[in-house]
Design a binder for this molecule. Structure first.
Ligand code: SF4
Length: 306
């Protein structure tokens, strides 16, 4: 996708009339658009409907739950006075927060045995400790942690949770922790857009544009996202064009399936005839990755129907 496409889409997207908007069934209208919801819609409108309108269960996998644990510990660590932000204090916090994690619905949903639980803790700690590979947390001036931002951006009700905002001599820095593997350049534009939207939301709320945004891939690398008036405007235009496209689909009630390799990982594949067909076809021609869970999901759904 080129950088000019979202702005072009925004220009061509039809603004729904208020009469049309009133026709939308209430359960369809999202109260807010978050970066992940917008990105999910752009990937596949059908998948978005399953997740955000029908609210079909989409339990997070082990990697995502490990990230939740790392976020919990780092949030508390960065709320400590600077001199306490040490590896030892992080270990204490991890121990203190473990019962909360263990009782978390997402963790319980993983159904790990004893060995799996130990591996989970080891991976969680590896992610937490990875912060020190990237920065000295004692040197960070924290303005906020886990800030829940709700603001209208360009007519779109936006909501996002920003892991951390730092105060620096150059201005605010929007910071996001990532515990998964850093994506290649080709797949990193979604995260850059997410950071730009957080920056746009903070600009609205604080009345000043953040100096930069950064993704901290724990234990791996820091990816900086430049913030300029132009790239903020592109991200905001893309958000608006996505919002208008969602409204259009909510009026027409047609949520088209965008089939492709991602169907192999879609949690709703068994409910999607086009996606099921795509997965079976890919499997037949040897183009389905062996680690894709879709075949198992389809088989389980067929078994449940018998
Ligand atoms: S299976 Fe594919 S086409 Fe169907 S909802 Fe999921 S991603 Fe979209």
């Amino acid at each position: 996708m080129t950088m000019t496409e979202p702005a072009e889409q925004a220009k061509s997207a039809e603004e729904p009339t208020s009469d049309k908007l009133l026709e939308i069934p209430e359960r369809y209208v999202p109260k807010y658009l978050s970066p992940s919801s917008a990105s999910s819609f752009r990937e596949c409108a059908r998948r978005w409907k399953f997740r955000y309108v029908d609210r079909l269960p989409d339990p997070p996998g082990e990697a995502a739950v490990t990230g939740t644990f790392a976020h919990m510990v780092l949030e508390k660590l960065m709320q400590e006075p600077v001199e306490n932000r040490t590896v030892d204090r992080a270990k204490e916090l991890a121990r203190e927060l473990w019962p909360k994690m263990e009782n978390h619905r997402d963790f319980q949903g993983l159904e790990l045995d004893e060995r799996g639980g130990l591996d989970f803790r080891k991976n969680g700690w590896r992610a937490i400790e990875g912060l020190w590979d990237l920065e000295d947390p004692r040197q960070v001036t924290v303005a906020s942690t886990e800030q829940d931002v709700r603001v209208e951006i360009n007519g779109v009700p936006f909501r996002g949770i920003i892991d951390r905002v730092d105060e620096t001599d150059d201005g605010l820095v929007v910071t996001d922790y990532k515990s998964g593997k850093a994506p290649s350049e080709r797949f990193s534009s979604n995260y850059a857009t997410q950071m730009l939207l957080y920056a746009a939301a903070l600009t609205e709320l604080e009345g000043r544009k953040p100096a930069k945004a950064q993704l901290l891939y724990l234990g791996q690398k820091v990816v900086e996202v430049e913030i300029t008036d132009d790239n903020l405007a592109e991200a905001v235009d893309e958000l608006r064009s996505t919002w208008l496209a969602i409204m259009e689909r909510c009026i027409s009630l047609e949520f088209e399936a965008s089939t492709g390799p991602l169907c192999g990982w879609c949690p709703f594949v068994a409910q999607c005839p086009e996606g099921t067909e795509e997965v079976l076809h890919r499997d037949k021609i040897g183009k389905l990755r062996s680690d894709a869970p879709a075949l198992e999901r389809i088989a389980q759904a067929e078994k449940a129907d018998d």
